[in-house]
Write a protein of this length. Structure first.
Length: 406
């Protein structure tokens, strides 16, 4: 009598495309379950190109000796976690990325010869750069010619590798120019209405927000920030706009309409980044020209701002989706913080270090919380009248003199 195992009939991952930013990781992807059937003995992966190497024992795939993804050789669990060092790529006309296809194998190794059926599945992987480039218009105090006669791609590459380059423009005469020192509205001696590409370092789909601007639909406009992964693997990431009320909150998910929040049924697990949505659809976001491969999140991070059409239940509107460059508020330069009305002392006191990217000097202004404003700084920026008023009399230029104790 022969015993024939009931094995898997196929190997499949859903979705079949994974993406992550260098230095970050995508959620773990498992093979599609086949209950009641014998699981494979081992999983493996291959790629014939010389720079890709797969370790059959640890399940680590490397590119040029840097880790790209991990495959659990026992369960087939796949985790894309490209090393941050892989960000040193050639810059292209859009956001740089490392894209490749790999064949995943499920092997049945039966004794005595450790041979048996082999299943395979091809999966696409994309590791994306941490720099995003957003088209903007600003007023600047300073411009600098970096290079003449080069291409747009070379100009972007030079800016990407220049720590002090935040905005650049490539002209029709093939000049590469970088700009610095944004002008305030009250300033008049400025370079007006300069169309530039703004470099957003640290850009990533799973940490950066999208800003939606939809004409005649303020309730749908606003900041949509990453909230997790959809329960339907094909729909990928889920973004959430948190309004002042539940009725003002909306979810953004690929393949579905822009959903209204349903607080009684929506489910979000912050630990596993797992999301289930049950709210009614409020709008459907579409490209300006219909494309089968269009993806709002991917396209907005590659080419921002992105013009879109917005179909609601009553009409069709126009709008823009753009990667939101985070801004920072004023730093805390005191030794104490107020938490829930109580004054609590911070354990660590950080120095206040301000750098002007328009000068070659590193850290132009440096001030420890226990130091007073140097007299040479005068009353120009970054010194404010409020800061001068807080300095005890006689302290400037002579060291800190505390006020008399009462």
């Amino acid at each position: 009598m022969a015993v024939v195992p009931h094995i898997w009939s196929f190997l499949k991952y859903d979705p079949d495309t994974l993406y992550a930013t260098f230095g970050q990781e995508a959620p773990v992807l498992m093979p599609v379950e086949q209950p009641g059937k014998l699981a494979p003995s081992r999983f493996s992966a291959t790629d014939e190109r010389s720079k890709y190497v797969f370790d059959i024992f640890t399940g680590v795939m490397t590119y040029d000796s840097y880790q790209l993804f991990q495959l659990d050789v026992k369960t087939g669990a796949l985790k894309l976690d490209p090393a941050e060092e892989l960000a040193e790529l050639e810059i292209g006309p859009t956001r740089a990325s490392l894209t490749a296809q790999f064949v995943i194998y499920a092997l049945y190794e039966w004794p005595p010869l450790q041979t048996g059926p082999v299943l395979s599945y091809t999966i696409s992987i994309e590791a994306r750069d941490t720099n995003c480039w957003i088209r903007q218009t600003h007023r600047f105090k300073q411009e600098e010619l970096v290079e003449s006669g080069g291409t747009e791609i070379r100009c972007r590459r030079l800016c990407a590798r220049d720590f002090f380059c935040t905005h650049y423009r490539h002209t029709s005469s093939l000049d590469c120019i970088k700009y610095s020192q944004l002008c305030a509205l009250s300033e008049t001696t400025c370079l007006d209405a300069v169309e530039v590409y703004t470099k957003y370092s640290g850009c990533a789909e799973r940490t950066s927000c999208l800003e939606m601007k939809i004409t005649n639909a303020a309730f749908l406009s606003g900041e949509f920030c990453p909230a997790g992964e959809s329960s339907d693997g094909e729909n990928g990431q889920v973004f959430l706009k948190e309004g002042r009320t539940q009725q003002d909150s909306f979810w953004l998910v690929f393949g579905e309409e822009d959903n209204a929040s349903d607080p009684q049924n929506d489910y979000l697990n912050d630990t596993s980044s797992y999301v289930e949505l049950y709210g009614a659809g409020a709008a459907c976001l579409k490209p300006m020209v219909d494309e089968n491969s269009w993806n709002l999140v991917t396209d907005a991070f590659d080419n921002s701002p992105l013009d879109i059409r917005v179909a609601t239940t009553s009409n069709e509107l126009q709008g823009q989706a753009s990667v939101l460059i985070p801004s920072c508020g004023p730093p805390n330069v005191t030794q104490s913080e107020t938490v829930e009305g109580k004054l609590e002392e911070s354990e660590v006191v950080s120095a206040l270090i301000l750098d002007d990217p328009g000068t070659p000097v590193v850290d132009d202004y440096w001030l420890h919380p226990c130091q007073c404003i140097p007299p040479a700084w005068g009353q120009e920026e970054p010194v404010t009248a409020e800061a001068l008023e807080d300095v005890p009399a006689g302290s400037l230029g002579a060291g800190f003199l505390p006020r008399p104790y009462e």
